[in-house]
Structure formats: structure tokens, C-alpha cells
Design a protein around this ligand. Sequence first.
Ligand SMILES: Cc1cc2nc3c(=O)[nH]c(=O)nc-3n(C[C@H](O)[C@H](O)[C@H](O)COP(=O)(O)OP(=O)(O)OC[C@H]3O[C@@H](n4cnc5c(N)ncnc54)[C@H](O)[C@@H]3O)c2cc1C
Length: 454
Amino acid sequence: MKYDVIIIGAGPGGIFAAYELMQKNANLKVAVFEAGHPLDKRHCPIDGEKVKGCVSCKSCSIMSGFGGAGAFSDGKYNITNDFGGTLFEYIGKKQALELMHYVDEINLQYGGEGTKLYTTAGSRFKTLCIQNDLHLLDASVRHLGTDKNYVVLENLYNELKEKVDFYFDTPVQTVKRLESGYAVVCGDGEYTCEQCVISVGRIGSKWMEQVCEELNIPTKSNRVDIGVRVELPAAVFAHLTDELYESKIVYRTEKYGDRVRTFCMNPKGAVVTENTNGIITVNGHSYEDPALQTENTNFALLVAKHFTAPFEDSNGYGESIARLSNMLGGGVIVQRFGDLIRGRRSTQNRIEEAFITPTLQATPGDLSLVLPKRILDGIIEMIYALDKVAPGTANDDTLLYGVEVKFYNMEVEVNEQLESCYPGLYIIGDGSGITHSLSHASASGVHVARSITQ
Ligand SMILES: Cc1cc2nc3c(=O)[nH]c(=O)nc-3n(C[C@H](O)[C@H](O)[C@H](O)COP(=O)(O)OP(=O)(O)OC[C@H]3O[C@@H](n4cnc5c(N)ncnc54)[C@H](O)[C@@H]3O)c2cc1C
């Protein structure tokens, strides 16, 4: 089968590339190959009752399938160049923001209308934060919520399926260069195309490394973010989350001068597990529908580590820490902040006696046996710093789930069209190491589609 364009991966990057290709030239023959299931077949078996922990499905429905890692995410589309990726370094700040706004318009058009756009502009919390040596980053954030995000994806799929060939449960094994174009090799044979867009996300990081090695595409190591997910009563952060929804706050520790930051804030949300290539880590999300909301807010506290020579495997370092927590806890570990600072493990009894009900059933344990001292010290310092702008953050019952690791793919060398050293072979989204968010990944898809059709 021969296509004009083959897209590998149906996450936000791949979907928006397909969408924009169809907008610009509906005559193009386009196929999308996706390792995971169609949206309606994606289902994580964890129900908190019969299945309490990750059972390592062959294809993780949280990370894979139509919608990619974004499908059951909180659907927070941050419109900013301050975080979420470095797309602006390739295409310029103005264009990156324009594309993120364009993605926002499409999301509204396909089911997201009526959702709120929050902004930090003019917020009094900026002053409150700076007075306490905390730094609130600028952003506008559209919160679709896990439920509306799903509707948008469903509508986009219904629109695209008429025009684009989707191959689900079809992992691409390798990409070969041909005299003209590329061959995409799958279990059932080869498909050829003139242009190929690779958008395999974080779950495709190992595969992406393999392709870069085989094709000799230059890469460089990226950072890894390591930390915990904090869960506390929603009331503690309500004054911030009601106005801003998500606040990205950065703190520089006194002890080491390391930067610790809040990440992925989910007001009235739930903590979830995530399986990346067999490693269980923690994440969070929340629903737009009040009926599905919880009484807790969760967010990550992360410290970035970037290794250079002689050890360059930042992801390997993060993986080892996550494996340690999986070894000790059989998955994710949960600890009360009070237990952590008293140097004792949390037990089931201590968790049950707390004035907060965990939204994830994790193994009570001791995070100080897992996280390196420098990282843990930074997290503890930040919790006390946050306690000044959101009193109650440092309460004994605040829950810390570990570990949360944000793996970044190694950065693939691409030009301003996001094209690799081979003409017609584009690498976009989180799989390129350039984006780390829904809005940046989606914007990279639009950008590449416009490059192809210009
Ligand atoms: C629980 C959770 C919550 C999140 N919440 C937010 C949020 O609120 N806001 C935000 O900005 N970001 C959030 N993120 C991150 C966000 O989902 C990602 O940044 C975004 O999905 C990246 O898009 P992508 O298209 O680059 O990759 P992905 O969404 O990861 O999609 C890549 C797709 O490629 C497929 N694939 C991989 N390898 C192959 C192969 N060899 N052959 C075929 N297919 C392949 C995968 O199955 C996957 O479906 C969250 C992530 C998770 C897991």
C-alpha cells in the first residue's frame, strides 16, 4: 500500500498532523499507524476493587491508542512558551503561540466549547508568590477535563476516519529509507510513503532511539524530572486553583540551589498510576463534570536532572529510581508528609487514620528509601515554601505518592520544519524530545502538516 504521508502514532501530535493535512489538501492519501487500540476500546483494568494495581497490559490504555497519552489526561492545554516544551526554539515564539491558539480553537469547535480559559495575567498570586520566594510562571490554560477531552477526541476521530486510513493495534517495527520516500514496516508487511511523520510520544522513546540509531539520525541526551505527587484537601489550594486552575510555581532551594517546580495540578482530581515500558510511576488528572470530582487536589513536585559525560543516560537514572520504588512497593508508594519528616514509614493504619482519603490505592511505605537525599530535601523545602502561600500544604496528613518521573525523549536533531537530516522524514511531539505537553505536541503536528503541504 502506498501513501503520500504516513503518520506513526495517533497521539495529539499525530492527530493534529492528520487533521491539518486534510484541511490543507483533502486529496492527500494519508495513513496513521497506532500501536494501541481505537479510543472506544481503550480501557485501564484498574477499578480500585477487583484490580487494584497495574497488571502491565500488553498495550497500556493510559499511554497508547487513539488520543495517545493525552486521551485520559486532564486535558489541560497550556498556551505558553514558558513550559511544556521548546517548540519556540525551532519555529519562533510568536508562531508557536499562534499554533497553540489554533489548536485551542479546534478543540473548542470539536466539543470543548464552554470550557474555561484560565490565565495568570494580572493575578495577585504572582505578588504573593514572589513575596515568599516562589515564582509563578505565565500561562493561559484551557481545562477541557478528562471527560470533555474524550469527547473532543471522539469528534476528531469521527471526522478523520472518513478521510484517513487508521491502522490500530499495529506497532511499526521499523522505518526504512527508499530511493524515493520511506517504507514503514509492520507485523503484516510494508507500507510505503513519500513523507513520513513520526510522533510516537514518551511510550515510543525506546523505539525512537532504535530508529535514530538505525538511520544514523543525531540525538542528544535530555533531562529527567524526578519527584512525588502531592495530594491534599482541595480547600488548601482552592484560592489558587479557583482563579488559575493550574499554577506552575518554581522554587530555588536554599540548601543546594536546585529548582523544584509544581507540575500538572489537578483540582478535585484523582491520582493514577502510569506504566511506561513496564515501569510504574504516578500521575494525576481531574474531570470537568462536578459529579466526577473528588475532595482532593493533586500536583507533582519535580526536580530536573540532566546528566552529561561520562554518564549521559538521564532516563536510565530516572528508571532506576522508579524501579526501586516498584521493588519496595510493588508499584507506587504513598507516605504521609508527617511520617516522612519523622523518619518513619507510613503504614496502612496511619493512612487510614489520616483526615484525607487517598484517591489511589498505593502501598504505604517510606519514600526516603527510594528518592536520593538531594531530591527529597528539595521537595521537603518546597512543601514548606508552598505552605506560606497555601497554608496546610505541610500538614502531617498531606500525602506524597512516589515516584513521579517525567521521562523526556532524547532530543532528535531536526530543522525548523521539524524535518530530520533526511528530506521528508519528520519527527514531532514528545517523541522528538522537543515537546512535553498536549498543546506543544499538537502545535508541532499542525506545523509539520503545513510544511508538508506548503
Ligand atoms: C495521565 C496523564 C496526564 C497528562 N496530563 C496532561 C495535561 O493535563 N496537560 C498536558 O499538556 N499534558 C499532559 N500529559 C502529557 C501529554 O499527554 C503528552 O505530552 C502528549 O500526549 C504528547 O503527545 P504526542 O502525540 O507527542 O505523544 P503521545 O500522546 O504519547 O502519543 C504517541 C502515540 O504513539 C503510539 N506509538 C508509540 N510507538 C509506536 C510505534 N512504534 N508504532 C505505532 N504507534 C506507536 C503510542 O501508542 C501513542 O498512542 C499527561 C500525560 C499522562 C500520561
